[in-house]
Ligand binder design. Structure first.
Ligand code: NAP
Length: 296
């Protein structure tokens, strides 16, 4: 039984490293799932400043921490510090989950598959053969592009503020997936790109976290059947999602992806899936409590 008030010498430790890490909701989800599965484990946040990453990874290894998530800004920089990278991490060029396998630290990436699961569940979105606009070219966009290519999209237009980064990202996938049409654009989106044919637009930038709009991208250019997915989950209604609603487009935020990537990480660590709905339920309770506190 896992009663977190009783931590014994056998309790296994998991966690998340990031900087900052205070915003992370993974401890809420993972501890709820540990408790529901009666695993004698505890999941804790570790604030790790960028210049302390190597020391922190050595420390986690020495302390025999069983596994940990990796968030901004360490998803790429941690890669050379690990003993092995799973194909999901190699392809995405980023790690969000580390498994300690008998002292060997193995990096995985569950972000991309988490997004695909959420797209199917929250937007009833089939990916094979679809035409996608992916806004952003950072760590999350990398994982997303890898997952889109694996799932058999027809085309992806990568839109990014810095064109060179979008170009590098697209180039790193062209050789492996010659059947996927990959185009790039900076913001504002180039007029000649056929946005009216797009089935799905995904925001993988941090725009929206502080209420920012994505300048230079008009949802009015999409057709009525297009769906909009915002990886940002806090706030739950971003300006992009609000615009999508105004345009009558089906849209969802990144909470489903957060849950799905967490469920996949849990399975990697514990060899079993968490109880269905337990992570989602923990988040819903957390948000409800926050709202009550905010209204006081
Ligand atoms: P990242 O590697 O730092 O990439 C940030 C991206 O945002 C880059 O493409 C960057 O463009 C763009 N950007 C930042 N500020 C901008 C601005 N002012 N104007 C235009 N573009 C701007 O971050 P990440 O790890 O990819 O994360 C991106 C977002 O995804 C975050 O909001 C994160 O919370 C979210 N995310 C959600 C989940 C989930 O489970 N829902 C999982 C992973 C990530 P440049 O290349 O031009 O700098």
């Amino acid at each position: 039984m896992n009663d977190k008030s009783v931590i014994t010498g056998k309790t296994r430790i998991y966690g998340i490293i990031g900087y900052p890490v205070t915003h992370s909701l993974s401890p809420v989800m993972q501890n709820a799932a540990l408790q529901a599965a009666a695993v004698d484990g505890l999941y804790v946040p570790f604030a790790v400043e960028p210049d302390q990453l190597a020391t922190a990874v050595s420390g986690l290894r020495a302390l025999q921490v069983c596994g940990f998530n990796v968030t901004i800004p360490h998803k790429t920089s941690i890669m050379p510090l690990l003993d092995e990278l799973a194909p999901s991490a190699v392809q995405a060029g980023a790690v969000n989950t580390v498994v300690n396998q008998g002292g060997r630290l193995i990096g995985h990436n569950t972000d991309g598959d988490g997004m695909i699961i959420s797209l199917a569940k929250d937007l009833e979105c089939g990916i094979a053969g679809s035409k996608v606009v992916l806004v952003g070219a950072g760590g999350a966009a990398r994982g997303a592009l890898a997952a889109f290519c694996r799932a058999g999209v027809a085309s992806v237009i990568v839109v990014n503020r810095t064109l060179q980064i979008a170009d590098d990202l697209a180039n790193s996938f062209r050789a492996c997936y010659p059947q996927v049409k990959l185009q790039v654009s900076t913001l504002p989106v180039q007029a000649e790109l056929a946005l009216s044919e797009v089935d799905l637009l995904v925001n993988a930038t941090s725009l929206g976290m502080a209420g920012e709009k994505i300048e230079g991208l008009s949802l009015a250019l999409l057709s009525g059947h297009a769906k909009v997915y915002d990886m940002v989950y806090n706030p739950t209604l971003t300006p992009l999602l609000s615009d999508a609603k105004k345009c009558g487009l089906k849209a969802a935020n990144g909470i489903g992806m957060l849950v799905a990537q967490g469920e996949l990480a849990f399975k990697l660590w514990h060899g079993m899936s968490p109880d269905e709905g337990v992570m989602q339920e923990a988040l819903s309770c957390f948000y409800a409590t926050q709202q009550r506190l905010d209204s006081l």
